[in-house]
Design a protein around this ligand. Structure first.
Ligand SMILES: Cc1cc2nc3c(=O)[nH]c(=O)nc-3n(C[C@H](O)[C@H](O)[C@H](O)COP(=O)(O)O)c2cc1C
Length: 159
């Protein structure tokens, strides 16, 4: 039996500041899907591997779990609105965005300067999430002043 509640657990995790990413993929007919995620992490440099996890309750979970490729867009501090749009299940997420197509027709958001295109290597079911591990097969590597998520709030690095 746990000695803490689920909201205490969530609050504890909120102390861990993260960046914010949008993960995109495409459904079979080519339509894009996308989700705001802060579960993104690097795994390995050689080979270049990354991971993120998708909530089983996401309406897009099936697409991500079955996709062959996903793209990770690392957001910069002035892209908070993009983060909000892609975490809103009612939003028309790609409306008004310029989309390029990457490997295997992967939808890429043009205004993002750091984008990793990944081929799924493994999917693990753990608790109420699936963990997707991907090998980075191509990337657009700029550098950003990152958007930060901390204690349930968007913020930025202070200099
Ligand atoms: C900062 C932030 C980080 C999030 N990280 C994740 C994540 O790593 N994985 C995930 O499945 N959902 C994450 N979410 C929730 C999704 O973005 C989204 O709100 C939820 O899946 C509902 O949308 P959908 O049903 O259209 O997918 C995050 C939300 C926010 C605001």
């Amino acid at each position: 039996m746990s000695t803490f509640t689920s909201s205490e657990f969530r609050q504890a995790l909120g102390n861990y500041a993260t960046g914010v990413a949008i993960i995109s993929a495409r459904v079979a007919d080519g339509d894009p899907v996308g989700i705001t995620a802060n579960s993104f992490a690097s795994v390995s440099l050689d080979p270049p591997l990354v991971l993120w996890s998708v909530d089983k309750s996401s309406s897009q979970c099936d697409v991500f779990v079955n996709c062959e490729y996903f793209a990770v867009h690392i957001l910069q501090e002035d892209q908070q609105q993009l983060a909000r749009t892609f975490s809103d299940d009612d939003a028309d997420k790609f409306n008004g965005l310029i989309i390029e197509r990457g490997v295997a027709d992967l939808p890429l958001i043009s205004e993002c300067s750091v984008v990793l295109q990944c081929k799924v290597t493994n999917v693990y079911e753990e608790g109420d999430h699936f963990i997707l591990v991907g090998k980075v097969v191509d990337m657009r590597a700029g550098s950003v002043e990152p958007l930060v998520f901390f204690s349930g709030t968007y913020t930025r690095l202070q200099s």
